[in-house]
Design a protein around this ligand. Structure first.
Ligand code: ADP
Length: 466
């Protein structure tokens, strides 16, 4: 895969990381090379000065051994041997009188009075000076030092050899420096590209998804921890989006289906009323049926809104101290007539008092929905029991019935909106009851669980923190 061009190249992370990496690497290399060069320069110059001092020592020894004449002979011999433009030597008195000298005409005016003054005052045992060498760009070094009573030697030498030697190093350093710039840019580009290629995978996947390929996932590579995390987070997000999309599609289909039936019925009723003349009583009947169907529609829409509000946190639960026992008893009393009609016995097993912090209306809806289901899905002559109690700081309310039970294949779906078991469709519900129970329970930080065996019965348990 190649990194796609993203407009202005200077705005790309690849470019900036490469420049940053190359910049840091180059600057570090430059600093090391400069430090190294200065150290080399200092050492070379120190060596040279020591050579000068060695030369002065040599003259001192000749002075001791052979006297002033010996030194003069030595300088005379030197004048014949050495190139006067590269080196000169001369003997002076402390007053500046020249005793003997090699040819220094090419050196121009060679300073002596200041150095002699320093030596006379005893401030330093010798004096070093730097100056330009004759007729070249090289620099030169001059030492002035006493070698006997009122005898001072002055030696000057160009630094051609040392400077040539340092220049070779400088050239190598420059060469190395440019090689480093190229190498660090290439390495920086390579490193940044490696990291960004993995990121590019995420972008590519996002692009594919934006075109509708929701099954695509990022290949999570083990190379960089941060990118690995980005990839897995992205994949988790995609899983969630996909499941949300799936459930939204299902809910939409279910809404369409469940709204269509009452609407079709309303239309049918209206059509029938137009067909032939009817009595006032018959028209009243038609109106009543229409109202009934409309109520059913309104109830569906209201319940959906309630679920959505509870799930999204728009309707915050109104928390108060509640005694659960009387609420359950009230609900049982309310459902007693329907239960009696089906010869179903409702058994309560409740403590005298069971308090917790919750929303009264929401808890009432949870209890009535679960009780309603228990009675609805229990055949004649069965039993429904409600038990409530506390267990390790939690309140449990259990609804148990001896009804038709729920097949294992339905269990994972019963809390989804509009989901109805096959055998339940004829029983009048719309499949929103348990969704509402779940949304309200979770809004009060509780959980709802179900255990069921087909043909034996079901047990729904809602648990809240006390
Ligand atoms: P419905 O309006 O169909 O009752 P619910 O959301 O209340 O919708 O329940 C969803 C499905 O769960 C029901 O259609 C039914 O198949 C199953 N169900 C719920 N409660 C019980 C129960 N006590 N016994 C057997 N099946 C149940």
């Amino acid at each position: 895969m190649s990194l796609k061009k993203t407009g202005n190249i200077t705005n790309t992370l690849l470019f900036r990381l490469t420049v940053l990496y190359a910049g840091i690497f180059t600057l570090s290399t430059l600093l090391i090379l400069i430090l190294f060069y200065f150290k080399l320069h200092t050492v070379t110059m120190k060596d040279l000065d020591e050579e000068f001092l060695g030369e002065v020592d040599r003259y001192s020894t000749i002075m001791i051994e052979k006297g002033l004449e010996g030194v003069k002979n030595e300088i005379a011999g030197q004048a014949e041997r050495e190139d006067p433009e590269e080196e000169f030597s001369r003997l002076l008195t402390f007053q500046g009188e020249v005793l003997i000298s090699t040819d220094i005409s090419s050196w121009g005016a060679v300073e002596k009075s200041e150095s002699l003054e320093t030596l006379r005052s005893g401030d330093a045992p010798y004096v070093f000076q730097s100056r330009d060498a004759p007729d070249t760009d090289y620099r030169a070094r001059v030492i002035t030092a006493p070698i006997g009573p009122d005898v001072v030697v002055q030696i000057g030498e160009t630094l051609e050899e040392a400077e040539d030697y340092l220049q070779i190093f400088l050239n190598w350093f420059l060469f190395l420096f440019f090689i480093m710039i190229v190498l660090s840019s290439l390495t920086g580009w390579f490193m940044a590209r490696r990291a960004l290629l993995d990121m590019e995978d995420v972008t590519e996947t996002a692009l594919e998804i934006s075109k509708g390929d929701y099954d695509r996932r990022v290949q999570v590579k083990d190379r960089f921890n941060e990118i690995k995390r980005l990839g897995s987070t992205f994949n988790t997000m995609l899983d969630r989006i996909q499941s949300l999309l799936k459930s939204t599609r299902e809910v939409n289909a279910n809404i369409a289906h469940d709204l269509r039936s009452p609407l079709t019925r309303i239309r049918g009723i209206a059509e029938m009323s137009l067909m032939n003349d009817k009595s006032v009583e018959e028209y009243k009947g038609v109106a009543a049926s229409t109202i009934e169907e409309c109520d059913r529609l309104i109830e569906i829409v209201n319940t959906m809104l309630e679920i959505t509000e509870a799930e999204s946190g728009i309707s915050e639960p109104r928390i108060e101290v509640l005694d659960v026992a009387p609420l359950i008893r009230e609900a049982c009393d309310l459902f007693q007539p329907i239960a009696s009609e089906k010869k179903i016995e409702i058994v309560e097993s409740l403590p005298a008092e069971l308090t917790f912090h919750g929303d009264r209306k929401k808890l009432q809806r949870i209890i009535s929905n679960l009780l309603d289901n228990a009675i609805k899905y229990t055949p004649e002559g069965g039993a429904v029991s409600i038990t409530a109690g506390t267990e390790s700081n939690r309140i449990n309310i259990a609804f148990e019935d001896t009804g038709i039970g729920i097949p294992d294949s339905d269990l994972p779906h019963i809390f989804e909106r509009f989901y109805q078991g096959d055998k339940s469709r004829s029983l009048g519900g719309v499949g929103l009851g348990l969704s509402l129970v779940k949304a309200f329970t979770e809004a009060m930080k509780g959980t709802v669980s179900v255990f069921s065996t087909v043909h034996k019965g079901s047990r729904f348990v809602v648990t809240f923190p006390q």
